[in-house]
Design a binder for this molecule. Structure first.
Ligand SMILES: Nc1ncnc2c1ncn2[C@@H]1O[C@H](COP(=O)(O)OP(=O)(O)OP(=O)(O)O)[C@@H](O)[C@H]1O
Ligand SMILES: [Mg+2]
Length: 212
């Protein structure tokens, strides 16, 4: 039986000792995130230990999409993915020290300046993501991490979809209620999860504008 992840545990790499777990960051739907030291590269990373029920194809797609997009400064970089590691497959990501927007919102109300900056950051990240044909589909405060410069960075492409242009040759053709569903309403809608947390998007998307 695999040993439960714990502080000090080593995993990954050829000898299974490349990464050392330092601190548990939090639980997600798809696994548990840890702060870890990468002893090969001598740097701190975030390791997402993945639920064994997640299909390898899905893990590889997440890694591939995030790698393709992560040259953008508002998107968290992915460093490594290992399938079948003990105790579980994992993804190694750039460690973004200041935590998530969710943790800020849990602690206090953001200033207007912060809100405007973060909304702009998200829109820049999504603009890049959409231009690459990718739909993130899970934009929410816990998937926005705060970099050392105080800017928000988008992460977690665990349910993202590729080739949206192929899926939706012309999103404008869809009736408003359908398009909102197809686009998950997560990325752009003013009544999506970001807005509900007091970070409403400045400009309504064409879908939501039509649905009024
Ligand atoms: N690259 C990272 N750097 C620093 N902290 C991170 C990083 N990635 C994730 N975290 C932290 O780990 C926690 C868990 O992340 P995870 O994505 O697994 O779950 P979630 O976003 O809370 O939920 P969900 O699975 O629904 O996305 C988050 O709250 C976040 O603060
Ligand atoms: Mg997440």
């Amino acid at each position: 039986m695999p040993v439960a992840p714990h502080v000090g545990m080593r995993l990954g790499g050829v000898a299974g000792d490349r990464y050392e777990l330092v601190r548990r960051l939090g639980n997600g739907v798809f696994g548990v995130a840890w702060e870890a030291v990468d002893h090969h590269e001598q740097q701190v990373v975030a390791l997402k230990l993945l639920d064994p029920r997640i299909k390898p194809d899905r893990v590889l797609l997440e890694a591939q999409l995030q790698r393709r997009l992560s040259e953008h400064p508002r998107i968290v970089s992915i460093m490594n993915v290992e399938l079948g590691a003990n105790p579980s497959s994992f993804v190694a990501l750039e460690f973004v020290r200041a935590g998530s927007l969710q943790s800020v919102l849990d602690a206090r109300r953001p200033t207007v300046l912060e809100s405007v900056r973060w909304i702009r950051d998200v829109l820049e990240a999504l603009d890049h993501t959409h231009q690459e044909g990718v739909l993130h589909r899970d934009v929410k405060p816990s998937n926005l991490l705060l970099g050392p410069d105080g800017h928000a960075m988008l992460t977690d492409f665990g349910v993202a979809e590729d080739s949206v242009h192929k899926l939706l040759p012309d999103p404008g053709m869809y009736p408003a209620h359908n398009s909102a569903r197809v686009w998950s309403c997560a990325d752009e809608c003013p009544d999506g999860p970001m807005a509900r947390r007091g970070l409403g998007m400045a400009a309504p998307s064409r879908h939501s504008a039509r649905s009024r």
